[in-house]
Write a protein that binds this ligand. Structure first.
Ligand SMILES: O=P(O)(O)OC[C@H]1O[C@H](OP(=O)(O)OP(=O)(O)O)[C@H](O)[C@@H]1O
Ligand SMILES: O=c1cc[nH]c(=O)[nH]1
Length: 195
């Protein structure tokens, strides 16, 4: 998928992304006291390949298969009517489901928190985990809801006038995190200016 990234500058390289995911895998294992109850679910689009990588990394740390899948949040968004229409992405819950499991939700960027709120609602329709944790590659701040990540690749202070782009090999042909001017920061700028 091609994106216009002229004017964007690098924040994380491919090596730094790999190291961050490895560290997060160790953190997840430590927090969950192993990996036997884990189910890792990526949020489309780029959260899914990141979830697969995180699950692989946890598997190699613990020498155990870690179930990994995807959870689409599109129909659960509270801003569905405010955003351009977009195609649904597949939800793929691993065999064994999520009941009684520790679900690790994975996304590329955490910003307002509305995507994660939608993911928690979507998860309600799937089952009742014993716990839900959140792993994100980049936390750029500016939360609009009381949501925080348990595992963060990089905390990146940003302005609402900026946009963070995560590129992943599986979708974009390369791994990188970039920052640049937002195309349409209007709603968030109003909020920032009011603070
Ligand atoms: O915390 P929030 O304000 O909800 O923002 C974070 C979300 O925004 C992006 O998704 P986007 O909806 O742009 O779609 P994408 O995953 O296809 O990039 C990003 O991938 C996160 O899922
Ligand atoms: O900058 C942003 C904000 C939300 N989601 C992104 O992927 N980047």
């Amino acid at each position: 998928m091609s994106r216009d990234l002229s004017g964007f500058r690098p924040v994380l390289s491919d090596d730094e992304i790999a190291r961050a995911l490895t560290r997060m895998a160790h953190e997840v294992v430590e927090r969950s006291k192993g990996a036997s109850d884990l189910v890792v679910l990526g949020i489309p689009s780029r959260g899914v390949p990141l979830a697969q990588r995180l699950a692989r990394s946890i598997s190699s740390v613990e020498d155990i298969d870690v179930p990994v899948g995807a959870i689409d949040v599109t129909m659960y968004r509270d801003d569905l009517r405010l955003r351009p229409a977009r195609a649904l992405e597949p939800t793929d819950i691993p065999t064994g489901g999520v009941d009684g499991k520790i679900v690790v939700l994975v996304d590329d960027v955490l910003y307002s928190g509305r995507t994660i709120r939608a993911a928690l609602t979507a998860l309600d329709d799937v089952g009742r985990p014993q716990a839900v944790r959140l792993a994100v590659l980049v936390d750029r701040g500016h939360r609009e809801l009381p949501i925080r990540a348990d595992h963060v690749g990089k905390n990146l202070p940003t302005s609402v006038r900026e946009s963070v782009k995560v590129l992943v090999e599986e979708v974009d042909g390369r791994d990188a995190v970039l920052i640049g001017a937002a195309e349409d920061p209007v709603a968030h700028v109003d909020l920032e200016d009011a603070r």
